[in-house]
Design a protein around this ligand. Structure first.
Ligand SMILES: *Cc1c(COP(=O)(O)O)cnc(C)c1O
Length: 366
């Protein structure tokens, strides 16, 4: 297929397509989803709403009602602008379109969220990934400030908490990065439902900081809805790269309905936070595995050298799918990422791990 080679841009051909593992029949602890579904009464009410949706009409292009609810639920400052995306992935793409261009740089940290690098690559931005510190995945300020100075990034992404490491960065470090950055700094708060830390109330304090959120990790991954909040001057320009009607009728209706029952989701995410502490404690007691503290709905663990793949495969044999991160980045050698599930799922995981990690059964039961 010479035509393909001739015409598909080399930077696109060089990318490995985003891989999503087949989870059929498995307990899904690989993708940071909320494991709980909706109570039956909500489902009834929701389906009645959907039944009356007019899908022959285009959706509200500005999703006004939904935006209003999001502002209120997420306590977005009155003066801030808000823009919605078909998942926050789409917002990363809008940002790349609005701030990208020949010779411009997108900077982030490694290991970090894979989409920053991918979207930079296919939108023609130069990507610079600065390594986190080996010991605790904190920001390497010296390296970062040097890279900012050298590359003058148009865009700088920090996931707060970070994926796949689960930690928060020091607030004072993030503030220094915002101050040192010539371009726009995006604080990606995808895991906001699982931490008390946030920069959302500080929108407007800096002239180059915006905050990105998503409803995916809270429990609406299937609806695809993310948002960007920040100074109106930035938002109104970035909004020009948004395709009209990007938030469809069913998503607007369903997300709006869900947000009017936000307590259901708050209860679920609180339960996940509880389960996270419990799971962390149990993982810490196992020999041959070291969990890292997490402020998100997943826990990163390091196995003994060379054991990640066999534990990953072993768990699959037990019907549990997690994420093997070994090979993705040198700092993630022997690492696995486990999404926190329901109490029942977590118990199954712990039980299977104990069988796979020789020596722990006796230790754990004394
Ligand atoms: C999951 C995730 C996203 C993407 O969320 P969607 O809204 O589902 O596209 C963005 N950033 C980080 C850090 C994530 O982990």
């Amino acid at each position: 297929m010479n035509l393909v080679e001739q015409w598909i841009r080399p930077e696109v051909r060089a990318i490995n397509a985003y891989h999503v593992a087949d989870a059929s029949g498995l307990v899904k602890l690989d993708a940071m989803e909320n494991p709980y579904t909706w109570p039956e009464v909500l489902r009834e009410e929701w389906t009645r709403l959907i039944r009356d949706a007019d899908v022959n009409r285009y959706p509200d292009p500005h999703a006004r009602q939904l935006t209003q609810q999001l502002r209120s639920v997420m306590q977005i400052p009155e003066s801030a602008g808000v823009l919605l995306g078909n998942g926050s992935d789409e917002i990363i793409q809008m940002l790349a379109l609005a701030l990208g261009g020949e010779g411009r740089t997108l900077l982030s940290v490694e290991p970090g969220f894979a989409m920053y690098r991918m979207i930079a690559a296919f939108s023609g931005l130069n990507y610079v990934g600065v390594e986190l510190k080996t010991a605790d995945f904190s920001l390497d300020m010296e390296a970062l400030l040097e890279a900012i100075d050298e590359h003058q990034p148009a865009l700088l992404f920090l996931a707060y908490p970070n994926n796949p490491t689960g930690n928060l960065f020091a607030v004072s470090d993030v503030e220094r990065i915002i101050a040192a950055s010539p371009g726009l700094v995006v604080i990606d708060e995808a895991y906001a439902p699982f931490t008390d830390a946030s920069f959302i109330s500080r929108i407007g304090e800096f002239d180059n900081m915006v905050v990105m959120r998503t409803l995916s990790k809270m429990g609406l991954a299937g609806l695809r809805l993310g948002l960007l909040a920040g100074p109106e001057e930035w938002l109104s320009e970035i909004d020009k790269t948004r395709l009209p009607y990007n938030i469809n009728v069913l998503t607007q209706l369903s997300a709006s309905f869900a947000l009017s029952h936000i307590s259901v989701f708050e209860q679920q995410t609180a339960q996940i936070r509880e389960a996270r502490s419990q799971l962390y404690k149990e993982l810490r007691e196992m020999a041959g595995i070291t969990p890292f503290q997490s402020e998100a709905n997943f826990i990163l663990v390091r196995t003994a050298e060379g054991e990640a793949l066999s534990i990953f495969e072993g768990l699959k044999q037990h019907g549990i799918l997690i994420k093997n991160l070994h090979g993705g980045h040198p700092l993630l050698n022997d690492c696995l990422r486990i999404t926190v599930g329901t109490e029942v799922e977590n118990r199954a995981l712990v039980k299977a791990l104990k069988m796979l990690l020789p020596g722990t059964i006796f230790q754990a039961e004394t």
